[in-house]
Ligand binder design. Sequence first.
Ligand code: COA
Length: 322
Amino acid sequence: MRARIIGTGSCLPDKSATNEYLSTIVDTSDSWIQSRTGIRERHLVSSETETTLSMAASAARAALEDSGLLPEQIDLIIVATVSSDFITPSAACMVQKELGAMKAAAFDINAACSGFLFALHAADAYFQAGIYQTALIIGVETLSKIIDWTDRSTCVLFGDGAGAVVAKASQEGMIASLQGSDGTGGEILMCKNRANNNPYIATGTAPDYLYMDGQEVFKFAVKKVPACIQSLLAQAELPASEVKYYLLHQANYRIIASIARKLKLPLEKFPSNVDHCGNTSAASIPILLDEVHKAGKLSPGDLLLLSGFGAGLTWGAALLKW
Ligand code: COA
């Protein structure tokens, strides 16, 4: 049995921060941001009640409603995030409590922007092993709390949000998937945690914010994602043209366009929401999938290829039948 997606949902914070607004905070401009990234605006949490949990639960409720399943029918909850509200309990356990999905085992995955794909891969493996039959898989980020709002080279890129899918063990669904990591590249995109503060080591330094070497990340993405896509297509013995949509991690429209060029595929096969969401890390692919599904663009039997890359370094891809 493989993972079949039977419902999607998403949640974006109410407040949208335009490029013009950011140019009042740091030395930047709408034209610089749009020409280098394709981003016009991103959504940011703007009250104490908008949290990683609130967005994850809202996306999850929408996905459950779309799937027709009830919370108590869910066996497994995996939340992919680098910006959980708490260190412990996990975001997945908090979502479980919020929804009343008390039958489920729940845990988080940290694979940065590839996190949703790692979570989907894990759920599919549980299904293949016959351990679980239903899963709620959520990608959620409140990146605004780990961003350095004085660094114009990163703060204009990211946004907050959540996307969720409900998957069921089925004869058809996932066709092939892969995931990978290269910890030697970890320093090009990182956010250190709080320093030790025990009686032996009293460092007292403040928690760090996100750091990125943008050009190195760009080079990594445009090399790794086409390789992942080609590997899955070869595994499935499918020509690239048979895939209806390539749903890629939404980091930068130039990266998406460069990948489409490398694969010699028309841009129409690459739906994008980076213009209004920015980079929402683990949430980006499930938010995009929900938008495409809710716009009525998917029919049963359509082939979709999801692929992403992120900090770690990590990467992943999934080829599936809708
Ligand atoms: N507004 C205006 N100028 C900016 C700016 C901003 N927001 N951010 C950087 N600049 C400036 C730089 O200071 C630099 O100025 P200088 O030439 O005077 O030194 C100039 O713009 C060019 O900077 P550079 O970093 O070379 O730009 P770039 O063309 O590489 O674009 C990124 C920067 C971040 C948009 C691009 O590298 C990128 O998209 N990388 C991938 C990031 C990514 O995908 N991250 C997510 C991973 S999951």
